[in-house]
Design a protein around this ligand. Structure first.
Ligand code: PLP
Length: 485
């Protein structure tokens, strides 16, 4: 098989650049919190496949369940021939979701598909058309979910027009000067300026924004939203695709607030790496759509259902909700200590709900812009952080192992992203590179969006940095692409 560089070349020739990949290393195998690339380097996987691996890579119990299902059958399409694992999983999710009303669950494949279906169900159940979402929120990459997503670059730019009857209100964010009252007032303005509340089918919110920077919706705000929805007959949808299945120390993040939503969208860590998503909702709402109106060829694939049932067992048996709280406490405690010791006051906030922790950096006196980029532990450790470019540290640690390794400072393995470059340099578009005279990956680019042909790129550094570990999609024609091996 080709090495990383060879595969990167083949990838460039065969795969469109719009599918950005964070690291120019190629996976060979993975186990629990670790991953090996095709050249045999070992990494601690802090990304967990974008918050998908709360139970780690290839948990033995999940693998055994998957194997057993594969030995029986792998696909029939639930709409043609149904099967027990789908029903068992729906029963389990109905029991786990907050609220003591009867619930039903539809299973699908991707997070975006779950959100699309929640909106379809809400529209049919209410007979209304409007949907209100929040600025900074992320709900997926299909047309409807892009429309709901409250972030233009890089998700929506140039891809309109989007479906109509979608409205955005500001997400309450005290750090950036948006109070709960501001957000509620903005929703009232939407009711006055754009659409009457009697035509709004649903309000969709992430209890903690994922892609948006790990901002937690204040509990009082969620309570007020619930009241507002009840007052106007609007359905409240909690998008728990990123926050679900133990990430915040409860099975669903909204449980922290005591608010019971009408529907919950789930995906990611539900099935420990297998593509599976779902909508859990009040039974009467879920039954509003007549037969044939919901589904999909692959929705609720039996192998993925078997994996999900095992994942739920593992979360329970291994006490992963408590573990998330413990990791969160440890991490926020350490980061707050770091913030207190930082004389430059460059850390504007350390925040977290359970293990979903972010650290936000400020530039001078002003806070870093809202939104987030995924960054590695090392980036945060590096002395020279780009001005206004690094917003939050996302912790997508797979359980168990990654956090423990980090705590122990285990840096074995040449490719461990936690290895801190001793000499860092920075281009003016935020590329951080290392001058370490070794072949390893010590460069990270932090600023993607609007790089204007960085001057300091032309200093002949490419030769020394042929393996750059990070590429956040710059969504444009940024010249620092050539640094990517
Ligand atoms: C909150 C939220 N909703 C929806 C999605 C879309 O999920 P998918 O990428 O599986 O379509 C994501 C993905 O990151 C997400 O974080």
């Amino acid at each position: 098989m080709d090495g990383n560089v060879g595969l990167q070349t083949r990838r460039g020739n065969a795969v469109p650049r719009g599918v950005a990949t964070a690291y120019p290393v190629f996976a060979d195998r993975a186990e629990n919190a670790e991953l090996w690339d095709v050249e045999g380097r070992r990494y601690v996987d802090f990304a967990g496949g974008i918050a998908v691996l709360n139970t780690g890579h290839r948990h033995p119990k999940v693998m055994a369940a998957v194997q057993a299902q594969m030995d029986r059958f792998t696909h029939t399409s639930f709409q043609v021939i149904a099967y027990e694992p789908y029903i068992a999983l729906a029963e389990r999710l109905n029991a786990l979701a907050p609220g003591d009303h009867p619930k039903k669950t539809i299973l699908l494949t991707t997070g975006a598909e779950a959100v699309e279906n929640a909106v379809k169900i809400a529209r049919v159940a209410t007979g209304r058309r409007g949907v209100i979402a929040f600025a900074g929120g992320f709900h997926g990459r299909t047309l409807l979910t892009m429309g709901l997503t409250g972030k233009v670059a890089p998700y929506k730019a140039g891809m309109g027009p989007f479906p109509t009857d979608i409205y955005h209100a500001p997400f309450p964010n005290a750090l950036h000067g948006v109070s709960i009252e501001d957000s509620l007032a903005a929703i009232n303005t939407i009711f006055k300026a754009d659409i009457e509340p009697e035509q709004v089918a649903a309000i969709i919110i992430e209890p903690v924004t994922g892609e948006g920077g790990f901002y937690q919706a204040p509990f009082e705000f969620l309570v007020e939203l619930r009241k507002l929805c009840d007052r106007h007959g609007i359905l409240l949808i909690a998008d728990e695709i990123q926050t679900g299945f133990g990430r915040t120390g409860k099975m669903f993040a909204i449980e922290h607030s005591g608010v019971v939503p009408d529907m919950i969208t789930v995906a990611k860590s539900l099935a420990g790496g297998f593509p599976l998503s779902g909508v859990i909702g009040k039974a009467d709402i879920m039954d509003a759509v007549p037969p044939g109106g919901l589904g999909g060829t692959y929705g609720g694939n039996p192998v993925a259902c078997a994996a999900a049932l095992a994942v739920l067992d593992v979360i329970e048996e291994e006490g992963l909700l408590q573990r998330s709280l413990d990791i969160g406490d440890r991490l926020t405690g350490r980061l707050k200590g770091l913030a207190a010791r930082t004389t430059t006051r460059c850390i504007s906030e350390v925040r977290g709900l359970g293990g979903m922790v972010a650290i936000e950096f400020a530039s001078g006196r002003s806070h870093a812009r809202s939104g987030s980029h995924q960054v590695t532990h090392r980036q945060v450790s590096g002395k020279r952080l780009g001005r206004s470019v690094l917003r939050s540290l996302r912790q997508c640690d797979p359980y168990p192992g990654a956090a423990d390794r980090r705590r122990r400072g285990d840096r074995r393995g040449t490719g461990y992203p936690g290895k801190i470059p001793t000499r860092l340099g920075r281009t003016n578009c935020g590329l951080i590179w290392s001058r370490e005279p070794c072949q390893h990956t010590h460069a990270v680019r932090l600023q993607p969006a609007n790089c204007e042909h960085p001057k300091r790129h032309d200093q002949g550094k490419e030769e020394r940095h042929e393996k750059i570990i990070s590429t956040i999609d710059n969504g444009g024609d940024c010249r620092c692409r050539r640094y990517v091996a």
